[in-house]
Design a protein around this ligand. Structure first.
Ligand SMILES: C[S@@+](CC[C@H](N)C(=O)[O-])C[C@H]1O[C@@H](n2cnc3c(N)ncnc32)[C@H](O)[C@@H]1O
Length: 207
């Protein structure tokens, strides 16, 4: 497992990152996947400093969010951002998206939605995370994702500034077909941008 380097940590905690989440990623996710059912139970993977969690609560109207991150420093930041404002509507836990049982001690089929704001490309054995997502979603539950593909990770900007797992990277097509293997059905609800460097969409769990 890999934590982010200093440059990426600073970027994730910056106003431009929050701007992109608020004005680009969340509106597109809503457009493609629609709103959540009232009072929805949501899991956010790799919540970082918790700004995405705030948008899931405020913009999607989630009833409760369990938000996890591998990095304890991120959980501390998220706690500072969220606890006073949202109280019992948020639970934060440190641990890996590839082992939700250890991280959350949850039973199966618990969540109406799972969110991935750019974390799965950090996981060397990323199909394990998709298997976990399918395991914890209710039938008909939705997986909202925005991911960084192998094409972006191969650019000089990404290679110079950030550290990512070198093996087992995925293209947009590989990510979408692995989703299908786990019964996470995307149909036409996705888009790629910057010529396949990023893939954003919504899958529905249809076991
Ligand atoms: C690029 S940041 C994105 C943070 C936040 N979601 C955002 O969009 O600003 C990736 C986050 O995933 C976390 N992460 C990496 N591997 C993880 C894993 N296996 N399980 C859970 N979180 C992980 C990192 O610690 C980091 O906070």
């Amino acid at each position: 497992m890999m934590l982010m380097n200093r440059v990426e940590t600073a970027l994730v905690n910056s106003p431009p990152r929050r701007w992109l989440q608020r004005y680009y990623e969340v509106p597109w996710m809503r457009r493609l996947g629609g709103p959540l059912p009232p009072g929805a139970r949501v899991l956010e993977l790799g919540c970082g400093p918790g700004y995405g969690t705030q948008l899931i609560l405020d913009r999607f109207g989630a009833g409760h969010v369990d938000a996890i991150d591998l990095d304890p420093a991120m959980i501390t930041r998220a706690r500072r951002r969220l606890t006073r404002r949202y109280g019992q509507r948020v639970r934060l836990a440190q641990g890996s998206a590839t082992d939700l049982h250890t991280t959350l001690g949850e039973p199966l089929s618990r969540y109406d939605a799972v969110f991935d704001f750019a974390i799965i490309h950090h996981i060397p054995h990323w199909p394990d995370a998709l298997a976990e997502i399918a395991r914890v979603l209710t039938p008909g539950g939705r997986f909202y994702f925005d991911e960084v593909t192998a094409l972006a990770l191969a650019t000089s900007t990404y290679r110079l500034l950030f550290d990512h797992p070198a093996e087992n990277r995925f293209t947009a097509e590989e990510f979408l077909s692995e989703l299908a293997r786990h019964h996470l059905v995307v149909d036409q609800q996705y888009l790629t941008r910057r010529r396949g460097r990023y893939v954003l969409g919504v899958a529905t769990y249809r076991p």
